[in-house]
Design a protein around this ligand. Sequence first.
Ligand SMILES: Cc1cc2nc3c(=O)[nH]c(=O)nc-3n(C[C@H](O)[C@H](O)[C@H](O)COP(=O)(O)OP(=O)(O)OC[C@H]3O[C@@H](n4cnc5c(N)ncnc54)[C@H](O)[C@@H]3O)c2cc1C
Ligand code: FES
Length: 253
Amino acid sequence: MDHNEYRARVRSIRYFNTDTILFELSCPEIASFAKPGQFVNVSCGKFLKRPFGIAGADKDDGMIKIGVKIVGHGTENLSLLKEGDMVDILGPLGNGFDLDSFDSYILAGGGTGVFPLNFTYDVLSDAGKDVTVVFGFRNREQVVMAQEGFVVTTDSGDYGIHGNVITGLDSLVLKGNPCVLCVGPTPMMKGVGEWAKSKGLRCFVSTEQHMACGVGICLVCVCKTKSDVPGEDFKHVRCCKDGPVFDFEEVIL
Ligand SMILES: Cc1cc2nc3c(=O)[nH]c(=O)nc-3n(C[C@H](O)[C@H](O)[C@H](O)COP(=O)(O)OP(=O)(O)OC[C@H]3O[C@@H](n4cnc5c(N)ncnc54)[C@H](O)[C@@H]3O)c2cc1C
Ligand code: FES
């Protein structure tokens, strides 16, 4: 089903720390067909809608979750919302992850990338797939969405394993050929993609380019992927419409 615009009620608001918030929004339409790795564009008062990965969806309850880190005017505006307020949401947008083609998965994330990976974890676990999660954060205060059994690393070493996501991946005892799904800052995705390559594993990354329309029209979000046209090194693709999920072997980060 294609995306649409909906009006959603803010059902609950939870602060993890001073600048990171989890919203539960009533939006039965998006909840019923959202896929992990997809995102929604959310109204932020007078500013353009901003993109956020879908952090969870409950079809029966008609609810979706988004996690928001306050970094600028749009997200500051979202932080002013109160329970019961209404927001406009466009979605679900983008392609999402392929969760069918592999029996086991490693989810590697950092920063706000942990939000879409939380939804991915829920769906894979419900499907009975073998799933390992490695999340990396700067320090204990930034640790969010970490469930029991997840491997957590911090740069500061004040929580979990001292190091970064790669340190966490290196601590795993690999079984079979899991597919690696990664969402996080670009240097992290490059590192995780190279790690996966060195182990002979497939890896898909979710790009977080600056976006405007979110539906493939404005071309604000273009990035490069390898081209199979002779003499052409790359081609441009739209992260919002053709992605945000790309094969690490194809996308040029
Ligand atoms: C597909 C997708 C999924 C996303 N998922 C989440 C999510 O789940 N949770 C979350 O908190 N954020 C997510 N983001 C990032 C979020 O959209 C931006 O942080 C937000 O748009 C910033 O809006 P602002 O007006 O507050 O900040 P602005 O005033 O627009 O920018 C403030 C600062 O943030 C930087 N910034 C803005 N947009 C991005 C971006 N896309 N990537 C990197 N830096 C950016 C700007 O360069 C600037 O330094 C996602 C982005 C994309 C494209
Ligand atoms: S954000 Fe407009 S084309 Fe992608």
